[in-house]
Design a protein around this ligand. Structure first.
Ligand code: NAD
Length: 361
């Protein structure tokens, strides 16, 4: 198969973890005889330095041409007080919008060897295996009107939470398709006791569910879901929710699994004429300026994102399973970066990447 991939290393540890992820991708392509073409582009702080903008046109063009994009992380402390247009994070929103990736998938899985590093009791977290499907391009982060007006006692801020029926339909269908390949259960999360927006959300989800009679659907209010995620995370298979709720719940999901450095994510859009799903793959973590350049970042989130890319964008399930199994084997072997608190000397970013390749065989 032709795998035409754009890599956007970004800032800080982004470059270090994507280097290892690309190493794993090259290893998989060689082993399964896929034809891999990799291009590299600029995004975030490095793009501001080189071109004056966090999301250069050249990057948009490269992303449009690629089958899938692998991203590291963006963000540099020197831009913390810069205006919004000149911030690295603007590049992130820019590429998500340009690619039209409307569903963010975050797998949350408790690896047997890592349950000790979860803040929850072992028996609660063991066996946790869910995907949080978050709507990514609608809702309150994008709705208008928005802004702050007036001054003094008249000062007022407004944001608008808005969803259209098609926006809800497409992300719901994606969640149900994913559920079909798993334990066939979707939990839709909303706040329909208070928000009209959520009432439409629930109504549309119920309608779309009829297209998937083999998949079970239940509903939770978002406050209850936040509680159930720590009380009984094993009850979840696919969690489907809107943008802001998903933003918050997926970070809660993140701590169930241990270090943030281990968590992959996939953002998926429509299907290309080539058959590949448009996809943007990135670890959940940021650029971690505190450990950047020290070869100690955990690359497993970025490597897991390669696994997600193989599965979701290219349908290469065997290769994706091999990457997941290799991650599990490396975790079990104790060859861990410092964030996972290994019993002996911590492994470097590079050593973990090589260990994953070796485990794939
Ligand atoms: P962060 O995820 O970069 O770091 C939080 C903590 O987790 C730090 O202590 C860091 O050392 C640790 N950590 C993160 N990834 C790790 C890894 N792979 N291995 C080991 N330890 C790891 O979050 P932050 O400090 O809030 O943000 C730093 C910068 O990253 C900011 O500029 C922020 O805007 C940006 N950011 C970008 C993204 C993204 O690109 N998707 C996401 C979150 C934050």
């Amino acid at each position: 198969m032709d795998l035409n991939i754009l890599v956007l290393p970004g800032d800080g540890i982004g470059a270090e973890v994507t280097r290892e992820a690309v190493k794993v991708l090259e290893h998989v392509a060689a082993k399964w005889k896929h034809c891999l073409a990799i291009s590299e582009g600029l995004l975030g702080g490095i793009a501001i330095h080189r071109t004056g903008t966090p999301f250069p046109e050249e990057t948009a063009r490269l992303a449009a041409d690629a089958d899938a994009t692998l991203m590291g992380a963006v963000g540099l402390p020197e831009f913390d007080n810069a205006p919004p247009e000149k911030r690295p994070e603007k590049g992130l929103l820019g590429i998500r919008q340009a690619l039209g990736v409307y569903a963010n998938l975050r797998p949350v899985r408790a690896y047997a060897s890592q349950v000790e590093s979860s803040p929850l009791k072992n028996h609660l977290v063991e066996g946790t295996d869910m995907i949080i499907v978050r709507e990514l391009t609608g809702g309150i982060y994008y709705g208008t009107p928005r802004g702050i007006t007036g001054s003094g006692a008249e000062e007022r801020a407004v944001n608008t939470m808005t969803y259209t029926r098609p926006e809800i339909e497409r992300v719901t269908r994606m969640a149900f398709h994913l559920a079909r390949a798993r334990r066939k259960k979707v939990t839709s999360v909303d706040k329909s006791n208070v928000l009209e927006n959520s009432q439409l959300w629930r109504r549309v989800v119920v309608e779309i569910a009829k297209e998937f009679p083999d998949v079970q659907l239940d509903h939770l209010l978002v406050d209850n879901c936040a509680m159930q995620l720590v009380l009984n995370p094993k009850r979840f298979d696919i969690v489907l929710t809107e943008n802001m709720f998903g933003d918050i719940l997926s970070d809660e999901g993140a701590v169930l699994a241990g270090s943030i450095g281990m968590l992959p994510s996939a953002s998926i859009g429509d299907r290309r004429p080539s058959g590949a799903w448009v996809g943007l793959y990135e670890p959940v973590h940021g650029s971690a300026p505190d450990i950047a350049g020290q070869n100690k970042a955990n690359p497993l989130g970025a490597i897991g994102s390669v696994g997600a890319m193989l599965e979701y964008s290219f349908g290469l399930k065997e290769e994706a399973s091999a990457v997941d199994a290799a991650i599990e084997a490396v975790l079990a072997s104790g060859r861990l970066t410092a964030d996972l608190r290994p019993s002996g000397a911590p492994a470097t970013t590079e050593q973990v990447g090589s260990a994953v390749c070796a485990a794939i065989g």
